[in-house]
Design a binder for this molecule. Sequence first.
Ligand code: HSE
Length: 425
Amino acid sequence: MGKSINNNGKYHKKLVIGLFGFGVVGEGLYKALQQTSSLNATIKKVCIKHPGKKRNAPEELFTTDKNELLDDEEINVIVEVINESEPAFDIVSTALQNGKHVVSASKKMIAEHLPAILDLQKKTGKSFLCEAAACASIPVIRNLEEYYDNDLLHSLKAIVNGSTNFILTKMFEEDLDFKEALLLAQQLGFAESDPSLDVEGWDAVNKWTILLAHAYGNIVHPNDIVFNGIQNIQLSDAVVAKEKHYDIKLVAQAKKLLNGKVAAFVLPQFVKHDEPLSFVKNEYNGVVIESNFADKQFFYGKGAGSFPTASAVLSDISALRYNYRYEYKKLYHHDVPEISDDVYIKTYISFDDWAFIPKEKFEWIEEWHADAERKYLIGVLPFSELINNTWWKENNTSLILAPEPIIEDVEIRRIKKKSLELAGI
Ligand code: HSE
């Protein structure tokens, strides 16, 4: 990289950026960089898909030819903030192979291509940074990567999608209907261009796989994680939540189990009012990390939107000045725990007809309300039931986890033994 001397006589690497994408995040970055002259970074060219659009930047900055950026030797950093996953991967891999550092915010692309990106980072020796790809403004990737040792990290519980959190807040606290709330999230630039990625939980699970890699070293494809979005949640669920003094949130979770494995999933969940995640409203995200000695810590910040996302991209660009790269310490220097399928989960399920619910699959059912048109139960299911079957998200069935949903195998055996003893068996 080129170097220049600043007023204090200190060397700073000069960063010459090729930017892919000038949407919500790209334009945010462009404006943010203009206000951050200390960074010694300039955008040389911006590659866009649709040249006809009116943009708030000089026309000569733009091109539709990706090679103008990828083959330009002066450009030493490619920032990629486009929408489509496959073209994004093509840009990222060519850029790394051409000897450029890369900063990306494309969570879907990263989640789907993480093994290849790791190989490319190793092979080329270049940095691939993606703080903006999970929880936008919250520096959670770098914290997981640098601060938390695998053994100390008990659990992570997080709200990682701003749009769904925004919609739930607007629906249940401000009485907007779903469509109005989604439209607002789109207008404010929080939602994906295909908002079903937000609403059905895809965006959250993509982010969760990225965070799992940095938290525990698991390289897992999003298709292999149990997840759902908020599309099945009903107003009647919100009424039950209110009665029980809970909020409903889309929560991503990972927990180290007594058997050394990790339970991980992204599902709607009841959250108690005194839990930190209950405090996370609108487009904000939050991450609760529990570790052996520090106990609980709570990270909170804006999880979507132009400047909050651009701020994380900016911070990655800044980190490139001192050649920062993720070492994936948990993956390369620790034993990576297996993702577990042998836990049990306590859950609320509401449904239209008992015929849709395989009652025999439950370990036990603690509560059921069958008289109203919309029925519900609270019970304990083997987690494998969610992995192997889909009845729990079909036929208008709504599954919302209990506040402390994970029950370990040993605990189930202890509870069963106790109930047999009490029954005198
Ligand atoms: N659609 C995403 C969200 C944008 O709502 O969280 C930020 O990644």
